[in-house]
Design a binder for this molecule. Structure first.
Ligand SMILES: [Zn+2]
Length: 266
């Protein structure tokens, strides 16, 4: 297996990328320990890359339970993850289910083309899930990384705050296109409240760089404000009826897929 493509964010923070969907994996090093945020699709030798970057013991944490963020967990044996993600994890541990999910919207020719590659990247190998409370922190020596629950894309999604370096990691919660149309997603109102919570944390800590679960979307406070306004338009029916019924809404660079019957909290 080849190692994942890697780039340096700063002297103690790296981003690695793997998979067809360019999942982002982050390595944060402190004086005593390192923290690995997500483990990608499991189709690269992530462990060899991590060992090349640090000699420190590595703590692994998952932002949520989707296969493209947890598949490499087996390389490290265990990972911290919210136990609200247990059901999602068990669905995503089934390679056939993942293949159906990934190819469902593709035309037939593309499905065939991607199938072999996908199968290779969706093999599940076991690892131990360590429970996470709703909020807390990981102490890496001279670097403390706080985490807090940010439900939306999934109910047990978390975000992580590196106050000192003024960086936030939000998994799939603040990508330019957010999926709330999954079985495990929250409603639009909960997602809006999560965005407000993330924005407040960013403002309080003067954070303006937000790294997401897929490299192509690095976001910031302004992006969060636009996304909150977008959600408010949906919640207050300030979008055309067809949009509310279609389950997909676009405004500028924010796109939301949602379940039409789950706009507001029930
Ligand atoms: Zn996801």
């Amino acid at each position: 297996m080849k190692k994942p493509k890697t780039y340096k964010i700063n002297d103690t923070t790296y981003c690695m990328i793997d998979g067809l969907n360019r999942a982002s994996i982050y390595l944060l090093t402190g004086k005593e320990k390192a923290l690995l945020i997500d483990t990608g699709n499991g189709d690269t030798d992530l462990k060899a890359k991590v060992e090349e970057l640090t000699d420190l013991p590595v703590i692994v944490v998952n932002t949520h339970g989707h296969f493209d963020h947890t598949r490499g967990n087996y390389l490290f044996g265990e990972a911290y993850i919210s136990n609200k993600e247990a059901e999602t994890l068990s669905r995503h541990n089934d390679p056939d289910w993942v293949v159906r999910l990934m190819t469902g919207e593709l035309p037939k020719w593309a499905r065939i083309l991607f199938l072999r590659k996908l199968r290779k990247s969706t093999v599940y190998k076991p690892w131990k899930a360590l429970p996470l409370p709703e909020e807390g922190y990981f102490e890496l020596g001279d670097r403390r990384i706080a985490f807090f629950e940010t439900p939306g894309h999934t109910q047990g999604s978390i975000s992580l705050m590196d106050k000192e370096n003024r960086i936030l990691f939000t998994g799939d919660t603040t990508c330019s296109g957010v999926l709330l149309n999954l079985e495990e997603s929250a409603d639009v109102e909960t997602f809006r409240d999560t965005l407000i919570k993330i924005l407040q944390a960013a403002e309080e800590n003067n954070v303006d760089t937000i790294y997401t679960g897929h490299t192509d979307s690095i976001s910031n406070q302004e992006f969060l404000r636009r996304f909150i306004a977008h959600c408010n338009d949906l919640l207050n029916s300030r979008v055309p009826e067809e949009v509310l019924k279609s389950g997909i809404s676009k405004q500028g660079n924010t796109t939301l897929k949602f379940k039409p019957d789950m706009i507001r909290k029930k």
